[in-house]
Design a protein around this ligand. Structure first.
Ligand SMILES: Cc1cc2nc3c(=O)[nH]c(=O)nc-3n(C[C@H](O)[C@H](O)[C@H](O)COP(=O)(O)OP(=O)(O)OC[C@H]3O[C@@H](n4cnc5c(N)ncnc54)[C@H](O)[C@@H]3O)c2cc1C
Length: 381
């Protein structure tokens, strides 16, 4: 029997295989990964300095151990270059592997801002454990870090690197931090908390150029100002990996389009995790991919099971000013209302009918999360 092939050994791939093996111990499973296949929890990558963990310490298991634990074959350091739907094969350079069913759990690519200059080899991004290991190594002897991007990953690293003793400057063109996740007063609270521990923000300009300067770099911003640093961390966002799926003729949009069974436009090919789009939603977080892994494991075992996403708020790891936020869904019209006590803000988003459709909590207000969750509609019932 041709194996079930899973491309990707991130949280999506490993959780799927873990759930699948609870139901089916027989079907041969091959996991393919371009990285080193170590099992780790990606959210820990932006808390590693606070917790003083090296890449090796964040790794929870070697691929050999995981392969044995789940009774699967894991092939590491192999890059899938194409999917041949006619012959039902994945293409690894010269080699081809037949599949009975295929699961795409190949995550998202780091978006690289168009930068000029001769200092680009000092610009890092962290989207997996190997990146994290390289970045930590490069930080050796550094004091000052410039972060490009003030979204979830940029703000978490700003807090984490500051906790690790680095001096952080952060450039965010949108004019405030976490612009896609929380409303303005909450952004101000988070920026205030981070500034208090030493983070310096440059809101408004883009980073245009990074040039070598002594042992470090100098970045030139679009307003003509400059920032000196020893090293740069680029955190401007992730894009679901859709190209290879598109080339294989699968339907793609922002992510790889799947139905509630996580099935792509090819009935034997499935997708979950950061690369997937379910009913128009790309949710690049751990809770949705775990729900998807549980549902898909059942579907692959013959029991068609639609994925359901409950109430899944996003917790942002900025202990200088904790944040929990949830929605509102795209396209819902309504207004924010605020209860504020310094940096403790409870922001509620109500739609035109007065229904609670989203919230953002900062500081001590995060304690209201459980209560609010009870009032919130699930993301996908
Ligand atoms: C720094 C950071 C902090 C985060 N913090 C949180 C948090 O606090 N809470 C939260 O809910 N979410 C958080 N997230 C998001 C969350 O970690 C991701 O949603 C989740 O880990 C994605 O898992 P994945 O398996 O879909 O993708 P990935 O972990 O990216 O795995 C993709 C896999 O596919 C493989 N692959 C890709 N292309 C190929 C190819 N062509 N051939 C072979 N293999 C390939 C890769 O090698 C890898 O094994 C964070 C993300 C980051 C980067």
């Amino acid at each position: 029997m041709d194996p079930l092939i899973v491309i990707g050994t991130g949280l999506a791939g490993f959780n799927l295989v873990k759930e699948f093996r609870k139901l089916d111990k027989e079907t041969p499973v091959i996991m393919l990964t371009a990285d080193d296949g170590r099992n780790y929890s990606k959210p820990m990558l932006s808390a590693g300095f606070t917790k003083e963990k090296t890449a090796d310490e964040l790794a929870m298991a070697t691929p050999e151990k995981t392969a044995e634990q789940f009774g699967v074959e894991i092939r590491t350091g192999v890059e899938v270059s194409a999917i041949d739907r006619e012959t039902r094969e994945v293409v690894l350079g010269e080699e081809r592997l037949k599949f009975s069913r295929l699961v795409l759990a190949w995550g998202a690519d780091v978006f690289r801002p168009p930068l000029e200059g001769d200092g680009l080899d000092r610009v890092y991004s962290v989207n997996d454990l190997m990146d994290y290991g390289r970045f930590r190594e490069a930080l050796d002897g550094c004091r000052k870090v410039l972060i490009i991007g003030g979204g979830l990953i940029g703000c978490e690293f700003a807090n984490d690197l500051t906790n690790g003793g680095y001096q952080v400057e952060l450039v965010e063109p949108e004019g405030r931090c976490l612009p896609l996740l929380i409303p303005e007063p909450c952004s101000e609270a988070v920026a205030g908390g981070l500034e208090e521990i030493g983070v310096r923000f440059h809101f408004g300009p883009l980073v245009k150029q990074v040039d070598q300067s002594g042992d470090g770099v100098v970045a030139t911003l679009s307003d003509g100002s400059t920032v000196e640093a020893d090293i740069v961390l680029s955190a401007v966002g992730l894009r679901p990996r859709i190209e290879m799926a598109r080339e294989a003729g699968l339907e793609v949009n922002r992510g790889i389009v799947v139905d509630r069974m996580l099935r792509t436009s090819d009935p034997e090919i499935f997708a979950l995790g950061d690369c997937s789009e379910v009913e128009g939603q790309v949710l690049p977080y751990v809770l949705p991919l775990m729900a998807a892994a549980r549902a898909l494991a059942k579907t692959l075992n013959g029991e068609e099971t639609p994925v359901a996403y409950g109430v899944m708020p996003v917790t942002i790891k900025t202990p200088a000013c904790p944040v929990v936020c949830y929605g509102p869904p795209r396209g819902v019209e309504g207004e924010w209302e605020y209860e504020r006590d310094g940096r403790n803000i409870k922001a509620l988003f109500r739609d035109r009918e007065g229904n609670l459709r989203g919230y953002a909590l900062t500081g001590e207000a995060v304690n209201e999360k459980m209560k609010l969750n009870k009032e919130m509609p699930p993301i996908l019932e």
